[in-house]
Design a protein around this ligand. Structure first.
Ligand code: NAD
Ligand code: DAU
Length: 355
């Protein structure tokens, strides 16, 4: 079996669902169920013995050591993290705790377990760390996309903590020989995306008749990948990736934020038009920019394509259609995640931003 951390969050839940739809290998899912973790994402697995859910913290050495000894996984995929840049600006402490200290403690527990494994099992064991393109910093307009040797220049508390965790993972390979793999992926979108992030926030606000907040001039560029394509890439890296290597994952889909917002509005106009017949674009509101906002990210995915034969299945056009449709069909999921804590966050983040 394998152990995933953070498997009740956006990417982790998609990964667990995909994994069990294509394989009978069981998954232990260790998740602290922070505001971003949601058991409802996995409710289709409630009666499925192949999914073992454990509520707990990656930073809890004793718990992780117990789980490793009990289940003897052949591999670990570390999705668990605090993941929202704006939240890291308002309060970096939790990011240090989970992304840095938590990853460190997880690595320590894994190192102790792996050291005690027997020959073949030890050799085939893998620790896959899921990271982000944000560790590379911000690109100038015409600069080439990030490849795996691009220097680390993290600019937000979030990306700094992810960079620190990447360095720890690297060090555990070089110093102790732990068989690690690291993936650095661009912006994901798709089902179960928590509506604090741009695409689901725009869909949810549009349908609720609320303003669509665009930071600064809306010309910042992100490189978008449908979440299931990210999951396929992770599976492939786990299976065939070279120990100690880094793989950048992206869909070659650079878009400005305002283009993204307009695309979502157009799709909603088509599928769930406003009662007054006007476009959802009318709700776009430019607001104060994110402090230290990175201008452009772009991933050069040629290494994973060349060495492992990975290619995304979705274009942005097909992926965004599926995503909008998923949100239209899953209004109750949206309502359930909009708890008091969510509403408090929205107040805090957007009330301070002047038009
Ligand atoms: P998310 O915020 O949706 O989910 C994070 C999950 O981790 C939640 O289920 C949460 O409960 C859990 N968690 C948080 N702290 C924990 C802890 N201390 N112990 C155990 N579980 C804990 O995040 P996501 O968007 O699914 O991102 C998953 C990973 O992928 C993160 O490491 C993130 O940095 C990385 N990543 C995300 C994107 C993206 O666009 N979302 C892109 C590239 C990389
Ligand atoms: O690049 C990978 C990263 O993508 C991941 O590592 C992060 O975990 C993930 O959250 C995401 O980070 P971003 O900061 O790019 O995502 P977010 O959805 O928060 O913002 C996308 C862009 O949209 C960014 O330029 C900020 C802008 N934005 C965001 C929000 C929430 C707005 O203009 N308005 C908003 O209300």
């Amino acid at each position: 079996m394998i152990l995933v951390t953070g498997g009740a969050g956006f990417i982790g839940a998609n990964f667990v669902l995909e994994w069990l739809s294509g394989s009978n290998e069981p998954i232990i899912n260790l998740d602290a169920l922070t505001y971003a973790g949601n058991r409802e994402n996995l409710e289709s697995l409630d009666e499925d013995d192949r999914h073992i859910f454990v509520e707990g913290d990656i930073g809890d050495f004793t718990l992780v050591a117990k789980l490793l000894s009990k289940y003897q996984p052949r591999g670990i995929i570390n999705f668990a993290a605090e993941s929202h840049v704006d939240k890291s600006i308002h309060g970096p402490e939790e990011f240090i705790q989970t992304n840095v200290v938590g990853t460190f403690r997880l690595l320590e527990a894994v190192r102790a377990y792996w050291t005690g494994l027997q020959n073949d099992i030890k050799q085939n064991f893998r620790f896959l760390h899921v990271s982000t393109d944000e560790v590379y910093g911000s690109l100038a307009k015409d600069a080439p996309a990030f490849n795996e040797t691009h220097r680390y220049e993290p600019n937000s508390p979030y990306s700094a903590t992810k960079a620190a965790s990447d360095h720890l993972v690297r060090a555990y390979h070089h110093t102790y020989g732990l068989p690690v793999l690291t993936t650095n992926c661009s912006n994901n979108y798709g089902p179960y995306h928590f509506p604090e992030k741009l695409i689901p926030l725009i869909i949810v606000n549009a349908l609720a008749g609320k303003p669509l907040p665009v930071y600064g001039d809306g010309q910042q560029i992100r490189d978008w990948l449908y979440v299931k394509d990210h999951c396929t890439a992770i599976r492939l890296v786990l299976k065939a990736g070279k120990v100690g290597e880094v793989y950048n994952i992206g869909g070659w889909n650079e878009k400005t934020n305002i283009d993204i917002v307009h695309t979502v509005c157009n799709l909603l106009d088509e599928r769930s038009s406003r009662a007054d017949g006007k476009s959802y674009r009318e709700q776009v509101t430019y607001v104060t920019d994110r402090p230290g906002h990175d201008r452009r990210y772009a991933i050069d995915a040629s290494k994973i394509e060349r060495e492992l034969g990975w290619k995304p299945a979705e274009t942005f056009e097909t992926g965004i259609r599926k995503t909008v449709q998923w949100y239209l069909e899953n209004q109750s999921w949206v309502e359930n995640v909009q708890s008091g804590a969510y509403r408090a966050w929205v107040q805090k983040n957007y009330l301070e931003r002047t038009n």
